[in-house]
Design a protein around this ligand. Structure first.
Ligand SMILES: [Zn+2]
Length: 448
């Protein structure tokens, strides 16, 4: 902290970055140099300047490196030994036994990459002891599993962060007051909100605890501390295939007699191709209804930007091929922030939701657009949003790659939003709202 911090009344925001983090994170084969784009644009737009905002103070935090013990909190020894080349790797094990092939190849520097990214997210999570908002754009690897790499994700940093936050003290809340004993003894509630275009299978599965009679008796143990909600695209053949990626069942489908398994703390809103700000605006009341019902103390937001218009998808055939038409902030030719845009959603979370927030990165395969998006979200966290027509600074090393607009916004393109082109669409929304309503009542009834 600088010497003025004692007299500085502005709330601090932790921003995780270091030259080592950029160096190692930039090695990720699916996103070469993206980390460099992001952090240099944030710097070139002067967001790291101590005087950028009148109400918020950015506190640049150098991340620590994750230890084997940090990673072992979730990952299996067998996986870590093979992944990191440490301990006693099974001499007969093959890379494919751990998903280390195709879109998750072994690469030079993988050990350092894994430790740097996990360490950065853990540093951000721990910063929430001191600040209300922490940002780690190099984190958000939501497909990694306990013993397997998947979908460009080698380390489950989101899961590791949630496991840390579960142990943090709960935030004082108005509704705790009538019953002081529960206020003193209850555990923290952690909500994980995933905005990446891909379903958060790694994180959702990590905390999934199904029951066949959720309306009567949902989770009974400390796993009621964690709720995951993923808003994503799904369609046949689109990565990842997961039985958890659908809408909640309707109430009539979860009677004890139906024997259907469901976990009201593992939630998902699947959307059709062409998902746009209009669609996010329409479903946002559901997201806030879930938030109110669960009432989190800590909110982890995976801000993957691969649903933004113009994202090329990954280069691997069986992954996405650019299915979203979401805007960062505006509409073509309109400079004010549009409801339902990514910027609008994050502004809602940061300004109107109670609780401390951890913002993580995620997917995003157009590096200049990922840099635009995460710089803009950083400016929102600093309570001084950049104008959407802000020019990319000429001093930015990668300036030529920001054409043809050379401005900050990522406006929508021409892709049709298939969430609205069917006559039964309003029925889809009504149906989704109805399904989430009974789930929210269960959450309220069984709140810790
Ligand atoms: Zn993604």
């Amino acid at each position: 902290m600088n010497s003025n911090s004692a007299t500085d009344s502005r709330a601090a925001i932790a921003y995780i970055v270091s030259t080592d983090l950029i160096k190692w994170s930039s090695l990720l084969p699916s996103n070469p140099k993206r980390s460099l784009f992001v952090h240099t644009l944030v710097k070139d737009l002067e967001l790291l300047s101590p005087s950028y905002s009148a109400t918020r103070r950015i506190r640049v935090v150098r991340p620590r490196t994750a230890t084997y013990e940090d990673l072992e909190v979730y990952h299996s020894k067998e996986y870590l030994n093979f992944l990191l080349g440490e301990g006693e790797p099974d001499p007969d094990a093959l890379p494919e036994d751990f998903g280390l092939e195709d879109d998750c190849p072994l690469f030079p520097g993988l050990n350092e990459y894994v430790r740097a990214v996990a360490g950065a997210t853990l540093t951000a999570a721990n910063a929430l002891k001191l600040v209300d908002v922490a940002i780690c754009w190099d984190g958000g690897r939501h497909h990694a599993q306990k013993a397997r790499a998947s979908g460009f994700c080698y380390v489950a940093d989101c899961v590791l962060a949630i496991l840390i936050l579960k142990r943090f003290p709960p935030m004082p809340q108005a509704r705790d007051t009538p019953d002081k004993s529960s206020a003193n003894t209850r555990k923290a509630r952690v909500m994980y909100l995933d905005l990446d275009v891909h379903f958060s299978d790694g994180v959702s599965q990590a905390f999934y605890q199904p029951t066949t009679t959720p309306a009567i008796k949902p989770r009974t143990n400390s796993n009621r501390q964690v709720l995951t909600l993923s808003i994503h695209h799904t369609s046949p053949g689109f990565f990842p295939a997961s039985p958890l990626s659908g809408l909640p069942p309707s109430l009539s489908e979860v009677t004890p007699a139906s024997n259907r398994s469901f976990d009201p703390y593992t939630l998902s809103i699947p959307l059709n191709r062409g998902l746009s700000s209009q669609t996010y605006r329409a479903i946002w009341p559901i997201v806030e209804r879930v938030k109110d019902a669960f009432d989190p103390d800590y909110i982890v937001v995976q801000c993957g930007v691969d649903a933004l218009a113009g994202d090329p998808g990954s280069s691997t055939e069986f992954k996405s091929v650019g299915v979203g038409n979401w805007s960062l902030g505006g509409r073509t030719g309109v400079s004010e922030v549009e409801e339902g845009s990514l910027g609008w959603c994050i502004e809602r979370v940061l300004s109107t939701w109670q609780g401390k927030k951890l913002l993580l990165g995620g997917g995003g395969y157009h590096s200049p657009n990922a840099a635009r998006a995460w710089a803009y979200l950083t400016s929102i966290a600093l309570d001084k949003p950049l104008h959407l027509d802000t020019g990319i600074p000429l001093t930015h090393d990668e300036f030529p790659l920001y054409g043809p607009s050379f401005t900050l916004d990522v406006p929508p393109g021409n892709m049709e939003d298939l969430n609205w082109d069917r006559e039964e669409e309003s029925q889809f929304l009504r149906d989704a709202k109805e399904r989430f309503e009974w789930v929210c009542k269960v959450l309220e009834m069984h709140r810790l």
